[in-house]
Design a protein around this ligand. Sequence first.
Ligand code: GLY
Ligand code: MN
Ligand code: MN
Length: 464
Amino acid sequence: MNIQDYIKRRNNLKEKVKEGIIFLSGNSLVPRNYPSNPFSFRQDSTFLYYTGIDLPDFYLIIDCDKSEEILFGNELTTEDTVWSGAKESIKEIANKTGIKCTKSVSELSNTIINAKSKNRKIHFLPPYPGSRQILLSKLMGLDIEKLIENTSRELIEAVISQRSVKSDKEVLQIENALNDVTGPMHIKAMQMAQPGIYEYEIVAEMNRMAKLKNIDFAYPVICSVYGEILHNDTHGNKLQKGQLLLIDAGAENQLHYASDITRTTPVGGKFDSRQKAIYEIVLNTQEQAIESVKPGVKYLDIHIEAAKNITSGLKDLGLIKGNIEEAVQAGAHALFFPHGLGHMLGLDVHDMEDLGENLVGYDKNIKRSSQFGTAYLRLARTLEPGFVITVEPGIYFIPQLISLWRTGKKFNDFINYPESEKFLDFGGIRIEDNVLVINGGHKVLGNKIPKSVTDIENISFTIQ
Ligand code: GLY
Ligand code: MN
Ligand code: MN
């Protein structure tokens, strides 16, 4: 990204929002246990998108009517430089992103009060960190509870429309995260998935590989022999023969573009026949779903098709019975596939989720389902060229859910409970790739990461 990219993005934003004042807030450091011991800094993704400034405590005001931009930041004091070293001046930082006017943060409130006194509309986005909620509450003179209903729909929609369509440069950043770290770390993890190894040893190695490139994960790593726990972020189990290890991990690159890959590997490197049968259903479903990705197709339809493929595969194995269409329409498949097929990917792993899942993933024509399973689909809208999405079907055997549904006699016509209960110790399988929507079709991003049964078995046996 260069200065012109940021200038162009802000100009487009101004044109879309048309009038009033746009307020964009960067993030501050978040204390871990006391203020001078903070979590590592992660900039707000929208702020990064429009400025590229990757430092705490910056704010931007864009005056749509006067075409004026002001960057608010504080110069370091001498004392700051003693502890943290000298940094660029606010002017230098502003110049790099093409902003001419700078002010200190203490002037922010006057600027907003002044605009409000002239009855000008102040556009702001939903604030997710507590500190930003407090700041906005003070600046706007609104109770924190009232902030959400006062966010600017025009601004939210403008940001979503820009950030949803990735430029070639942005796609390269995602591929950079995939090829530099995420792909190699999944391959390494497959090789390490041997009996006697602890999950945390694999996570540590993946972390080392990311740190060697001076980058971090885009989200907490899922590395678990209990893959049926969808967002399991504990890593304390010792791998045992016969188990499956599900790893959902992705690095974000230097510019913070995310990657989001899942692979499932048999501990010891060889699938048993039952694991292979379920794995092939998930793989086949994922490959068919990827094939369907193209502009003009609703992602909801691809999700439903994936649900049918999973249902059909499980019916062949005797776990589901009855009519496949009817089973999926009723929502019976969600016992085994209880989440959505995917989501947008970009500067956030669930891209722009802070702006509102429904505004990002749904549109006027597609309302969110309230049915268990399909309700968790984050992306349902019609696909457009430039969208980067994940395709991540899975099959899971969740003992509590199976027990609950069985006791409640839920979907007795569709679920073969005695057969399903033979899989209570199975765990879960998910396969996830990152896909760019292009004219007429799609492109799977990044170098190939082993995915077929044969490729995974081969990579696992090329150990040490
Ligand atoms: N890594 C979280 C997800 O796949 O949605
Ligand atoms: Mn994932
Ligand atoms: Mn994902």
